[in-house]
Design a protein around this ligand. Structure first.
Ligand code: GLU
Length: 297
């Protein structure tokens, strides 16, 4: 069993991201597996300088031990390039010159699970892939076929990619590879077998399974845990001003994360050492206790 935590260095770690780290760590390590750390730093405009190191320091001070070297996606662009080439050879790609505005104003546009469903404006124009955004053809192949998978917590998930997502972007016009492509390539290259992450990525999973199929890669096991939202129902993030985790409160933070994960750690443990709390967590870890729905803090 190989799991991973794959933060984007867009800001410091907060309780929402700690939840995914704790859950995947306990799930994988309690079964004797390996837990990898990967910094997803390809979307350069969204990044905060120094956030990668801040995340690593926070994980360390909270007692996490990852296996092997930390991987940085920014150093693996060749791999994403290769995958794109393979998909091009399979005639699955086309260049797209549409602006957001053009897509939004197109008479046939509809709303999908993650923004607009691309109304296939450029799919027969044979535009140069190097000069434009690159999309993968979903609509032809998946029109009458749903992607179906069994999520360990969310149960059976079904999505019609053609209707709910459409031909999606694998490399943007500015040359940046998409999260969807990079994550699939890396999880396969690192031998990841079990992905445990926040429910905000549940809608992305069918795109990732589709890419795995296209690239001839093994499908992994998925488990999506509830994300933490604020009173307004917004996901905790840098944008919603989620406070950064303080290393000197590591025990309290871990205790809070375990509580939110339904593990019900005894109150007294908050006065014990970090090692002691981790020990308790490993002994009592039960993935079945994780609530299915969102938590509000
Ligand atoms: N880098 C993504 C994020 O921070 C997570 C990727 C994943 O777990 O698949 O939201």
């Amino acid at each position: 069993m190989i799991g991973r935590f794959a933060p984007s260095p867009t800001g410091p770690l907060h309780i929402g991201s700690l939840l995914a780290a704790v859950a995947s760590y306990l799930e994988v390590k309690s079964q004797g597996g390996q837990w990898l750390l990967r910094i997803e730093d390809i979307d350069t405009p969204r990044q905060m300088p120094g956030a990668d190191q801040a995340i690593i320091d926070t994980l360390e001070s909270h007692g996490f031990c990852w296996d092997g070297e930390i991987i940085y996606q920014s150093q693996r662009l060749d791999l994403y390039h290769e995958a794109l080439k393979r998909l091009q050879e399979l005639d699955l790609l086309y260049g797209c010159q549409c602006s957001r505005k053009q897509i939004a104003e197109h008479p046939k546009v509809s709303m999908g699970v993650d923004g607009f469903v691309y109304p296939n404006i450029c799919n027969h124009l044979h535009l140069d892939l190097h000069q434009h955004a690159v999309r993968i053809k979903v609509s032809d192949k998946m029109i009458n076929k749903n992607i179906v998978f069994e999520d360990l917590i969310q149960g059976k998930i079904e999505q019609n990619l053609a209707q709910q997502v459409g031909d999606f972007v694998l490399r943007r016009a500015d040359g940046i590879f998409s999260y969807q492509l990079a994550v699939v390539v890396d999880d396969a290259a690192q031998g990841v077998t079990d992905i445990l992450r926040g429910c905000d990525l549940l809608d992305s999973t069918p795109r990732q399974i589709f890419l795995q199929h296209c690239l001839g890669l093994a499908q992994v096991n998925y488990c999506h845990i509830p994300i933490i939202v604020n009173a307004a129902g917004e996901k905790l993030s840098k944008q919603t001003l989620a406070p950064a985790l303080q290393s000197q409160h590591a025990v309290a933070n871990l205790h809070h994360a375990l509580t939110l994960l339904g593990q019900a750690p005894p109150k007294e443990l908050i006065y014990e050492s970090l090692d002691h709390l981790w020990q308790w967590a490993f002994q009592h870890w039960d993935i079945g206790q994780i609530p299915v729905r969102q938590k509000i803090v």
